[in-house]
Design a protein around this ligand. Structure first.
Ligand code: 5RP
Length: 227
């Protein structure tokens, strides 16, 4: 029986094998944040001479990439990336995701927006029918925390400040429990429009393109359109 950490390692290694044939000496990869991505960085390190480097979505991943000897680029110096590789807190069968458990959602969304394709890597516990059991992280400008929280409560959620946490952008996170997210792109649009919201942990207006799911019997791949 594989543990959750074994499953994460299995999918991280599968992700490396999946993108390896596409790496060239000019390739810059987008790299996300979290424990699954830490294992992806570990797994791709032996191949670091096959690509140019990476843009990362957090100070944490940048430090890990640099320690591994992988060149870290500023996004301002990179115009295109073939792949953005990242984990998720929940993903549904339409490849919509909740992200931001590690608080890096805004930079994740920015780096992902530059990549041609989003490769999402998760263990099977993250695959759900309907998003929302995992509290939805929203990054907010600190002075707007209360007004944004009232608006989120108005949408039917139960917002709670992530105590003692500041993002890499110096902002705060409000985690919203109790949402049954049946129309993820609509909800993402609504939340994006609340003044004071920096970004919303729903990735539905632009979701994943390819999903690798780690299971006890190996790694399954789901592409859009669903296969
Ligand atoms: O969105 C994220 C960080 O902001 C992560 O991708 C998400 O929290 C999953 O993390 P892990 O791989 O540790 O389970």
């Amino acid at each position: 029986m594989l543990t959750q950490s074994d499953l994460k390692r299995q999918v991280a290694e599968a992700a490396v094998q999946f993108i390896l044939p596409e790496l060239t000496p000019e390739t810059v990869l987008g790299v996300g944040t979290g424990s699954t991505v830490d294992l992806f960085i570990e797994a791709i390190t032996p191949y670091k001479n096959r690509f140019l480097g990476a843009v990362s979505s957090s100070e944490r991943s940048s430090a890990r990439l640099a320690e591994a000897g992988i060149r870290v680029f500023d996004l301002n110096d990179v115009a295109s990336m073939p792949w953005y590789v990242d984990g998720a807190d929940e993903v549904d069968h339409g490849l919509n995701m909740i992200k931001g458990g590690g608080g890096a959602l805004t930079r994740e969304k920015i780096v992902a927006s530059v990549a041609e394709q989003f490769l999402c890597i998760v263990d099977e516990s993250k695959l759900v029918q309907t998003l929302g059991a995992y509290p939805l992280p929203i990054e907010v400008i600190p002075m707007a925390r209360e007004v944004v929280s009232r608006r989120l409560a108005g949408l039917g959620g139960e917002p709670a400040l992530r105590e003692g946490f500041l993002t890499d952008n110096g902002c705060q996170i409000v985690d919203v429990a109790g949402l049954q997210i049946t129309a993820p792109a609509d909800l993402e649009g609504l939340i994006n429009d609340i003044p004071g919201v920096v970004s919303c942990g729903l990735f539905a207006l632009a979701g994943a393109d390819v999903l690798l799911v780690s299971t006890q019997s190996g790694v399954r791949r789901l592409n859009l359109p669903l296969s």
